[in-house]
Design a protein around this ligand. Sequence first.
Ligand code: GSH
Length: 270
Amino acid sequence: MLCRMAVPDPAPLVATPPHLLHFRISHYNEKVRWALDHKRWPHTREALTPGFHHVRVRWLTGQNQLPVLILDGAPHVGSARILELIEARRPDPPLFPEDPALRRRALALQATFDDEVAPAVRRLFWSTYLPRPAHATAMATAGASSAVRAAFRVAFPLMRPVFHWNLAANREANDAARAVLNRAIDRVEAEIGPSGYLVGERFGVADLSVAAVMTAILRPPEFPYPLPEPWPEELVDLRAAIAARPGCQWVFEIYRRHRDPSAELPRPEA
Ligand SMILES: N[C@@H](CCC(=O)N[C@@H](CS)C(=O)NCC(=O)O)C(=O)O
């Protein structure tokens, strides 16, 4: 008699690529894009519009912030956590130092720039746009459809108080943010080692995180989503006032040498 054995379904041969929900302009989002690109990990991206993203992101993750990386159907939030996941799933080329002491230093630098510097530079960046509806619309909706651009322009006066509140953007806070920016540049200058990197002998998570956070103001030419022209005058002045400092020149150099080309896949037509 012929026995029929139950044969399990074969595992799918092609895994679904990671899917990134992101804001094009954002430094936290740039950390994740850069890590995916550095690992040559093909992925899809979906750019959302600040202010219009809430329903989708809250429904998906229970919180409001991007980046969100969807891996095997599960959404992950927090750029530092996402970088860890990317490293675990795609170890080569490594971004995290193997040596535990170097790894701790690299992660501590990342945490300082994520938690203290990134909110301050974001406040400075947005403060130059909030008084200018046309500039803000062009910046926030770059790459979006004309319907989204028109809706943002109409909704901007209503959303502006929310942006102000979310960013805590006022004169005193902006002065404090400027001081944070100057201290951040001092810190970069103090941390650059003889290798030219912040931690150890090779490019890694500290360099990527610090340089990505500083793009909020520095906007190196290799940043994958250039700001629409013209920029607000205050942003031009702010960048010009710091760009020649060695810490900022280091950011430009890291971008020139290490900002890998995009590993984004074309998205299938909806
Ligand atoms: N700690 C988070 C911060 C992410 C974050 O602040 N994202 C901002 C964009 S720069 C955001 O999504 N803001 C929208 C909101 O708060 O509604 C990370 O590292 O990913």
